[in-house]
Design a protein around this ligand. Structure first.
Ligand SMILES: [Zn+2]
Length: 350
């Protein structure tokens, strides 16, 4: 078959085409890997130089022409199709017979991400208990994130390997800025601007140089701070117990253990029954049946003083928890990473 025959055949075939599918078939028939025109172009190799040049030029011109014809036809077909749709599926919302229910639309509505959802839920529960939700900054100074809340100068948490420092921003930022590693950073900032009684909750993002199966470099915490006259350890335990039962269910078992955090004295760690295994022991709870959920304690007098509060007259308690961990316990999710992968099959389950 010579080039002219191919061209004539293409013209006659193209005139019969009415839909996108047969147009694609036609393209394959002529320009595909084993297409008629492709075969000709491939056979050029065996020809002598003069013949190769003559036929090659003509074949390439034809190929370009065929391509343009295909594009034009494609445009025509699409315009006809949209024209038909506009004609048959037009809506007149002023027509008295028009009913929205008759529209054949399937609308998949999204929903709030489980992390945001948990934050809203925590805020609601604590607001009901009389707490005020406080906004806070994610970029902090070394002073508020570490020094003011009792972290010693040589503490490993202050290391470059653990904390994201923001450096080299010029003279304006010589105060050693960092991405806060804990919502505790807001405690002293708030106390400096507000007098007791204080009853606040600080939710938000925190950052640490940690990225493995069980850690994410960015995660969420919330922090509660209560300061007033005669605030006791008993009230702290009561507040935690009430909040966790509202959050995780009435049957949640809670236990308190002695612990140490630089900004509280005494310090407590709070465990709840592992919801993944129901207390029998699994990977998540390291076979203990308990999961550590909160750090807590009575506010250290030094922290009160840093906040400009008379530590002889006032006392307070504070506690905080990782929000991802709460979600894992509430919904029995074995890995924190699932919350960040944006897999719609996972997110649809909430
Ligand atoms: Zn477990």
């Amino acid at each position: 078959m010579d080039l002219n025959q191919i061209k004539q055949q293409f013209i006659s075939r193209l005139s019969e085409i009415k839909d996108e599918k047969s147009l694609i078939d036609l393209e394959i028939e002529f320009l595909g890997r084993k297409g008629k025109l492709t075969e000709i172009l491939r056979s050029l190799f065996s020809l002598d130089l003069v013949e190769k040049k003559r036929l090659g030029l003509a074949a390439n011109e034809l190929k370009e022409w065929v391509n343009n014809e295909l594009k034009t036809k494609n445009h025509e077909i699409r315009m006809q199709k949209w024209g038909r749709i506009a004609e048959t599926e037009k809506l007149d919302i002023n027509d008295p017979k028009f009913k929205i229910e008759n529209l054949k639309l399937k609308i998949d509505s999204g929903h709030i991400h489980p992390i945001s959802n948990m934050i809203f839920k925590i805020e609601r529960i604590f607001e009901e208990m009389g707490y005020e939700v406080v906004d806070s900054n994610e970029i902090e100074t070394d002073y508020y994130n570490f020094t003011a809340v009792g972290t010693p100068p040589d503490h490993p948490a202050r290391d470059d390997h653990d904390t994201f420092y923001i450096k080299d921003l010029g003279d304006l930022y010589k105060k050693n800025l960092l991405l806060r590693t804990q919502t505790t950073a807001m405690q002293v900032r708030y106390m400096q601007k507000n007098k007791p009684p204080i009853k606040i909750i600080i939710p938000g993002k925190v950052y640490r140089r940690d990225d493995d199966a069980t850690h994410s470099p960015m995660f969420h915490q919330f922090e509660c701070l209560v300061v007033g006259e005669n605030i006791t350890l008993g009230e702290l335990k009561r507040a935690i117990s009430d909040a966790m039962k509202k959050l995780l269910g009435e049957n949640t078992n809670i236990r308190f253990r002695n612990s140490y955090f630089p900004f509280v004295e005494p310090g407590l760690e709070v465990d709840v029954t592992c919801s993944i295994c129901g207390g029998k022991g699994c990977n998540v709870c390291k076979n203990t049946g308990w999961v550590e959920l909160l750090g807590a304690g009575m506010v250290h007098p030094d922290v009160l003083r840093a906040g400009g509060i008379d530590s002889e007259k006032y006392s307070g308690f504070a506690f905080g928890a990782g929000i991802e961990r709460l979600i894992m316990m509430k919904h029995s999710i074995p890995s924190l990473k699932l919350l960040y992968e944006n897999d719609i099959r996972f997110l649809n389950q909430f």
